[in-house]
Design a binder for this molecule. Structure first.
Ligand code: G6P
Length: 312
């Protein structure tokens, strides 16, 4: 029996979850995708959180048991009645009836915090930008979209840090892929708008054979796309890096590896019928719109499609 394929996108506040989620949904075809944000499972509204003195990042501040139940239901193709949290008002709205499509993307803060929840995903992604970049993104988003002042956002970040450390960041260990967008220069200058990406690939899911990438490094010049071995949270991993200044020719080689194994992606990568590939991104992703983002989306989509073949 066919069931939905479930992708998790977990990371701290303003780590780029929504941007990545929307981009992947676009590659898979929005009509095939159900998007769920686990912020909807907050136990307390904004005012109650302030009164109690708890942050949204704390497990006790979320109905993780109900989130888990809903994940299990979605995994078997059943509908849920999902709570709705409004970021605009900071309070709850009437619940929504949601029937899963072929693909379900669950994004949020605490998606991997329990064993039973983790068991529901086919592919688990964790977003880990450098903390100073995340702070910049959070200030930008929360001032432009959520009505906060920069000072309020910075104070909130400081208040949340202990919970980030204790509850959010440890979830990195459960992911199949860790995605870190980072500025090409140490001073954090991203004036050309093209961030690099570092993808940690754990051997917990079958990755495409990226070894031909190793041969892209010519002589002394460092290639803009690199594959290497490393350790992440003390476990051995592959690391794939794509620089923001990668050329179309280099990008094509990586795409070729993905497409030769997954014909659907060939149509996505066909620039004549799909000239916007390099720009596939969410609504706020202007600093991310780049080959590193597009390739990250393609690699994650590859895994969603692979899971379809394996489990359906
Ligand atoms: C963080 C998360 C949000 C979450 C929020 C609650 O900012 O990124 O998605 O819902 O905390 O705080 P709020 O600003 O809505 O009171």
């Amino acid at each position: 029996m066919s069931r939905p394929i479930i992708l998790g996108i977990v990371g701290d506040s303003a780590a780029g979850k929504t941007t990545l989620t929307r981009g992947i949904a676009q590659v898979l075809g929005p009509e095939n995708v159900t998007l769920i944000c686990t912020d909807d499972y907050h136990r307390y509204d904004r005012q109650q959180r302030a009164e109690i003195g708890i942050t949204a990042l704390h497990p006790d501040c979320n109905h993780l048991d109900i989130m888990q139940q809903h994940l299990s239901l979605l995994r078997t193709g059943q509908p849920i009645l999902k709570p709705v949290y409004s970021h605009k008002t900071g309070s709850f709205e009437p619940p929504q009836y949601i029937k899963p499509n072929k693909f379900v993307i669950i994004e949020g803060l605490l998606g991997y915090s329990t064993r039973a929840a983790r068991d529901c995903y086919d592919v688990k992604v964790y977003l880990a930008p450098p903390e100073n970049l995340r702070a910049k993104w959070k200030v930008k988003r929360d001032t432009q979209k959520r009505g906060y002042t920069p000072e309020q956002v910075l104070a909130e970040l400081e208040k949340r840090e202990p919970d980030s450390e204790q509850f959010i960041r440890p979830q990195r260990q459960w992911s199949d892929i860790v995605v870190s967008f980072y500025p090409p220069h140490e001073d954090g200058d991203e004036s050309n708008g093209h961030l690099n990406v570092r993808l940690v690939l754990r051997p917990t899911i079958p990755h495409p054979d990226f070894t031909p990438i190793i041969n892209l490094t010519n002589g002394n010049s460092v290639s803009a796309i690199r594959l290497g071995l490393d350790r992440d949270m003390s476990k051995p991993v592959d690391v794939l890096e794509v620089d923001g200044h990668a050329t179309l020719e280099q990008v094509n080689k990586l795409e070729h590896i993905l497409c030769s194994d997954m014909p659907y992606l060939s149509s996505v990568c066909d620039r004549e019928s799909n000239p916007e590939l390099g720009k596939i991104a969410g609504t706020t992703g202007e600093t991310l719109q780049s080959y590193p983002l597009a390739l990250t989306q393609l690699i994650i989509t590859y895994h969603m499609l692979k899971a379809t073949q394996m489990y359906q």
